[in-house]
Ligand binder design. Sequence first.
Ligand code: NI
Length: 173
Amino acid sequence: MTLRQILIHPDPRLKKKADPVGTVTDDIRTLAADMLETMYDAPGVGLAAPQIGVSKRIFVMDCIKEEGADPRPMALIDPVVTWASDDLNTYEEGCLSIPEQYGEVKRPAEVEVEWTNLDGDRVSERFDGLWATCAQHEIDHLDGKLFIDHLKPLRRQMITRKMQKLKRELSRG
Ligand code: NI
């Protein structure tokens, strides 16, 4: 497994709609393993392929937070939200591509998601709590959308300027 570099906003690759995966090959399984390793290393609870510069519809997540609980690494390929609750939930979201910036985002509290698993089977599950928020946040990434796109324009611009400054500092070394 290989740690992949996570792109920092603003980056045109984070704004692009990703392509469907279709058939699950060994390359896709390797990609998923790399993404999980990169996510746990960060650490984060979710990571979408566009965040490592791969324009494919796949994301990984593990929202188990209880200390001592077994991890639940998931890889979701070509995911689709097939149902969303009318009930909304507000979460303070963050993103590995927007380090140390947070904002409250309102989304459906529960969603049913259908996806292809690493065996190539089409499966579905209903998510709530942090899992529901995370799945929707990651699916947004596959459509070139970031959580700051849900915030007020002024707040979004402020965060973007901070990220531009951070990237300038990083590139200077
Ligand atoms: Ni994110």
